[in-house]
Ligand binder design. Structure first.
Ligand SMILES: [Zn+2]
Length: 421
């Protein structure tokens, strides 16, 4: 069994405890030992990685990923490519996520039925590099709902009535998806529909949740209206995206189910449009700008409150659009600190320990702890002092997933520098 010993590292454990100087031993694909306070680990056969004082932290999870969205300018562009070409392009994004320190992705929908599944299976077989991936369906919507663009070959699957939702969920389970993605409420942009609008019925949501329960799958919902949030939480949806207009009753329901539900505000699109749109050549009219500003303001208040109530709020922000491209994902952690009042350690916990729980591996993923899977990042600098460094892939001196180096540490100090220390 291969052994790697990290020495001379500042450990951020993922559980939001203060960092400490220590050593970490990896055996095979798990963390075998963690030492602190100057204690040394005895591992004569291990390959030693001298961190030189760098930070060692768990790999990050993106809770709302669209690996098969190819940094598209419009939603209609999502299925411009043939399925074959789409898979190849999506494989590039999978690698890119690892390059940027994301070792787990929870999919917020696949552009085509089998894209996520094919990529997940290829990653798990070791054929292509990529994060741990839970694969989703296309988003399931209703006639006239969010994503119904009036053509069959689209990024959404249009269904009506509980029978159609039930059948589609069963069929998706047969094909091997992990996550049923539903869209019970309206998008965040567009002038003809409002965030307050709710499109799916309780019976439709219940039908999807029933199949998920029977087949041991997860349900993720784009739920912006208070009514949609309540309908989803009441039916046992595990992942609530956006929760933009969650009212007191909705927040009470989320708090009551805080051990089984997750929230991801997924603000990458409005935030990216406002702050970085112009640099990507995307112009924004006054109406859309005002709407994005309002969205950020409302969500910021709600997420701060949900965190204070003990609800797990996770990063993951709809990356995969022209003004919100893949690779920018760690900007979400900065938003958590800058807008929602998370401490840097709390933002890192959301992306790591809570991410591991979302992936269904509570206590085994997203932690630097004995027995956890060895998904590790060696970071040049201290993300507690500056959370923004996690957005710079060059800061990742080494990236390990499941005990294997995706990016090994290359010699970065001269003999003279080492001798001078
Ligand atoms: Zn999304």
């Amino acid at each position: 069994m291969s052994e790697t010993l990290f020495i001379n590292v500042e450990v951020i454990d993922g559980a939001a405890k203060p960092a400490f100087s220590g050593q970490v031993l990896v055996k095979g694909n798990r963390i075998a030992e963690v030492a602190r306070d100057g204690a040394a680990i005895d591992a004569p056969e291990a390959h030693v990685v001298d961190g030189g004082g760098a930070t060692l932290m768990p790999g990050m999870t993106d809770a709302h990923a669209h690996l098969s969205f190819l940094d598209a300018a419009t939603l209609g562009d999502l299925t411009n490519l043939t399925p074959e070409r789409l898979v190849l392009e999506t494989a590039k994004n999978a690698r890119k996520m690892l390059d940027h320190g994301f070792t787990s992705m929870f999919s917020g929908s696949s552009a085509r039925d089998n894209t996520d599944i094919a990529i997940r299976d290829a990653i798990n077989a070791g054929d292509i590099p990529g994060p741990r991936l839970l694969a989703a369906t296309r988003q399931m919507t209703v006639s006239g709902g969010f994503g119904d663009i009036g053509k069959e070959d689209a990024y959404s699957l249009v269904l009506n009535g509980p029978e159609e939702f039930r059948n589609a969920s069963r069929e998706a389970a047969r094909r091997g998806v992990d996550i049923f993605k539903i869209v019970p409420s309206a998008p965040g942009s567009g002038k003809d529909v409002l965030a307050e609008d709710t499109a799916m019925t309780d019976a439709e949501v219940a039908a999807v949740c029933e199949v998920a329960h029977q087949r041991n799958r997860r349900v993720a919902a784009h739920a912006r209206s208070a009514e949609a949030v309540k309908m989803c939480v009441g039916n046992g949806v595990q992942m609530i995206y956006h929760a933009t207009l969650a009212d007191e009753e909705a927040k009470d329901m989320l708090e009551a189910r805080k051990d089984s539900v997750f929230v991801a505000p997924a603000m990458g699109l409005p935030y990216g449009r406002l702050k970085e749109g112009e640099s990507y050549g995307v112009s924004t009219d006054d109406y859309t700008r005002a709407r994005a500003e309002k969205e950020i303001e409302t969500v910021s208040v709600n997420m701060a409150e949900l965190k204070s109530r003990g609800v797990r709020v996770l990063p993951g922000g709809d990356y995969g659009f022209k003004w919100n491209p893949h690779g920018r994902n760690a900007r979400d952690l900065f938003m958590f600190v800058d807008l929602f009042g998370f401490s840097p350690l709390e933002a890192i916990r959301a992306a790591t320990a809570h991410g591991g729980e979302l992936m269904g591996m509570r206590g085994e993923l997203g932690l630097v702890a004995k027995g956890a899977f060895a998904d590790l990042l060696l970071v040049d600098g201290d993300p507690v002092k500056d959370i923004q460094i996690l957005q710079d892939r060059d800061r990742f001196l080494a990236i390990m997933k499941n005990g294997d180096f995706h990016k090994p540490l290359t010699a970065n100090r001269t003999q003279a520098q080492v001798a001078a220390e």
